[in-house]
Write a protein that binds this ligand. Structure first.
Ligand SMILES: [Zn+2]
Length: 120
């Protein structure tokens, strides 16, 4: 398994910025009503591996369905660069939008996991 690397990511206008340490070994997409509209590729990272560097005051929260996940998008440009939730054991975790990373490795779309969120 590759080592974790530090990645920087941001929304389109750059107001919301984060860094995350990840090996990008769990990338996935999802077919739920929201994710298929967004078209994002997600990667979970632990709270310890995520830092919001800027833009907390720019974030707007959207919740739906079970309202377990805070979908956080920039109020200026509308891009959701990450979401915040829980791993089910009460530990806070983050879902970063791989498409918002600077200099990400090439994404092998054949290898990413497909979450059947539409049938949860
Ligand atoms: Zn923005």
């Amino acid at each position: 398994m590759p080592d974790k690397q530090l990645y920087s990511g941001h929304c389109h206008c750059g107001a919301v910025r984060f860094t995350a340490r990840t090996d990008l070994e769990g990338m996935g997409d999802c077919n739920c009503s929201r994710c298929r509209r967004l078209g994002w590729i997600m990667q979970s990272v632990s709270e310890a591996d995520f830092t919001l560097e800027a833009g907390a005051d720019h974030l707007t929260t959207y919740r739906f369905n079970t309202e377990m996940i805070d979908h956080l998008f920039c109020r200026t440009c509308g891009i959701e660069s990450f979401a915040q939730g829980s791993d089910g054991k009460g530990n806070r975790m983050y879902m970063i939008n791989v498409n918002c990373l600077e200099n990400p490795p090439p994404v092998d779309h054949g290898a990413i996991k497909h979450w059947d969120g539409a049938n949860f």
